[in-house]
Design a protein around this ligand. Structure first.
Ligand SMILES: [Fe+2]
Ligand SMILES: [Fe+2]
Length: 264
């Protein structure tokens, strides 16, 4: 008798050490793909995943200013912030699959475990980048609010899909071109290639979220655009603000008919 997919996901969520979490996540995704885990949900997901002692997590308004331009310190701060986003993204994707997989089906689990494996890869790439700059993940404090969206939407898969892939990951698509430009201007071709790869994957993640959100809307017999606006207004306190990367968003199936009306 093999293990349940929920048990394996829960174990990865409860792994605090970043490298071990990366390993555990890729292992869950692989075992699932190879049919070695049962589609069974016999354990609940933790309210909070396990995280390492560093980085120290700070509320966004207490984060030190990153500094401008291409100074060594500013560059490390940028890559550190990106590394932290990917670290939390691993847990967000695992939690999506483990918490909502029972009601959403096996295809949903496959999709979000594959997202989790991508995030683990992104984290590993960025951690290596930090090492090449003489730093490491945990050397600086990090944004402590990134799990908030998961907490607020833990009872509602529609809300989770509306906020996590379709607002937060979509915002990643919006901000990446400017970051890419900055990194290129610093002559950092290696860094630019990492960002391009991540951007391509993130388009797929937004697309995965949008696909399952659309299917969910059909199940509850609502218009996806109207339901999305209701859920985002209820569960997301930030602003939906331009500049939007319209071409990346539309490549992900997130048309202006979703976010146009909420944009501030
Ligand atoms: Fe990512
Ligand atoms: Fe992602």
């Amino acid at each position: 008798m093999s293990r349940s997919v929920a048990f394996a996901i829960r174990s990865a969520l409860l792994t605090a050490n970043p490298r071990e979490k990366v390993f555990a996540t890729r292992e869950v995704a692989r075992s699932w793909r190879l049919g070695r885990l049962d589609y069974a949900f016999d354990v609940a997901m933790p309210d909070r995943p396990a995280w390492p002692e560093v980085p120290e997590l700070l509320p966004p308004n207490r984060m030190p200013k990153r500094g401008k331009g291409g100074s060594e310190r500013a560059r490390i701060a940028l890559w550190h912030a990106l590394c932290h986003i990917e670290f939390v993204a691993i847990d967000l994707a695992l939690d999506m699959a483990g918490r909502f997989g029972a009601e959403m089906g096996e295809g949903f689990v496959s999709d979000f475990l594959s997202v989790a494996a991508d995030e683990a890869m992104h984290f590993a790439l960025l951690e290596r980048k930090l090492h090449s700059l003489g730093s490491f993940y945990g050397a600086l404090p990090a944004h402590g609010g990134l799990w908030e969206a998961a907490e607020k939407t833990r009872h509602d898969v529609g809300a989770r899909l509306a906020v996590v892939p379709m607002v937060l990951e979509a915002r990643g698509l919006d901000v990446t071109p400017a970051t890419l430009e900055r990194v290129r201007a610093q002559g950092d071709e290696g860094g630019a290639r990492i960002l391009e790869r991540i951007l391509a994957d993130e388009i797929r993640h937004v697309s995965t979220g949008t696909k399952h959100f659309t299917a969910w809307s059909a199940r509850v017999a609502k218009s996806p655009e109207i339901l999305w606006r209701e859920l985002v207004t209820t569960h997301f306190t930030g602003a939906i603000k331009p500049p939007f990367n319209d071409s990346a968003r539309s490549a992900a199936g997130l048309s202006l008919s979703y976010y146009g009306a909420l944009a501030t």
